[in-house]
Write a protein of this length. Structure first.
Length: 302
């Protein structure tokens, strides 16, 4: 985006909103691509990348602010573009005098830690800082999920049943762990692993089946059918089947065709995601506060 934005800014004043629309047209983005949002959900991918591209151009002194939220190419930017008729790249920006210094305060002595704050060619060429942060979080969570699954599979089936109920209670079902767990292992429950309340008064109940299976042992239709049979035998029409593995296609199709009973299937990956979301079996290692400019504070409107 660096080159097309500089070309436009050399012709006319440019705002970030205008730049976003221009890049959507320049790259011929589909409606879905235009609306796609970064993982944090705070911005669309295209607006996020436009914002950072304009930041890079500003740091390189190739564009400058000429009015509120409005930028235009500088003589330096026009000259650099003329020197590179085939387009400018991040490498061209990094070669400019003062590029590294532009990312640090002139009032502070630069340290090794500060030096690392300037965007590198590899990092910026593949993702904006916000995207890089989201990618880093995804990588950390993926590794955590793998270790979490290993820890779960090393426990007893009874431990896994209690874990499942902890997750459901954290999601707002069951009222309390004690209320939900009292049904574990009771005789006459036809293999049902738990029973949680959908409402605070217990007027509507949900039966729970938990299977601690290896990832290469998917749940088949017969297992789901047996669970639904147990639900019917106890007069309950709603159930949750949770496993550390996955579900065969025929098991999923069987559940989708059901009309009298409603069963939700939660596979291993979704279970791990729920555990991370509700802090079950994990703890906060570090918290990072990410700040952004408050445009409302700097608005010209009174």
């Amino acid at each position: 985006m660096l080159d097309p934005l500089l070309v436009i800014a050399a012709k006319e004043p440019l705002t970030r909103q205008m730049a976003t629309g221009a890049m959507q047209q320049h790259f011929n983005l589909t409606e879905e691509e235009r609306n796609a949002r970064i993982p944090s959900g705070q911005s669309t991918f295209v607006r996020n990348r436009v914002g950072w591209a304009m930041t890079f151009l500003t740091k390189a002194e190739l564009i400058e602010k000429v009015a509120a939220k409005t930028y235009r190419a500088t003589p330096k930017g026009i000259a650099l573009r003329a020197e590179h008729p085939n387009g400018i790249t991040l490498q061209d920006l990094r070669a400019l005098k003062g590029w590294d210094e532009a990312w640090h305060s002139s009032k502070r002595r630069r340290t090794d830690a500060e030096d690392s704050a300037a965007p590198t060619e590899v990092g910026v060429s593949t993702a904006t800082p916000a995207e890089a942060l989201d990618n880093a979080v995804r990588t950390i969570n993926a590794d955590l999920k793998s270790r979490l699954l290993d820890a779960i599979l090393a426990q007893t089936p009874e431990f896994f049943e209690r874990l499942v109920l902890d997750v459901l209670v954290a999601m707002g079902y069951g009222g309390s762990r004690a209320d939900a767990a009292e049904h574990l292992g009771r005789s006459g429950d036809e293999g049902i692993d738990g029973r949680v309340n959908q409402d605070p008064l217990g007027l509507d109940q949900i039966l729970v089946q938990a299977k601690q299976y290896a990832v290469d042992r998917p749940i088949n239709r017969q297992t789901i059918q047996a669970f639904i049979g147990s639900m019917t035998g106890q007069g309950v029409t709603k159930g949750v089947f949770i496993t550390t593995s996955s579900f065969n296609d025929n098991a999923k199709e069987f559940v989708q065709r059901g009309s009298q009973t409603k069963v939700v299937l939660i596979d291993g990956d979704e279970l791990l995601s729920l555990m991370l979301r509700h802090h079950i079996g994990v703890r906060v290692e570090r918290q990072v506060e990410v700040l952004d400019l408050d445009q409302n504070y700097f608005s010209d409107d009174e």
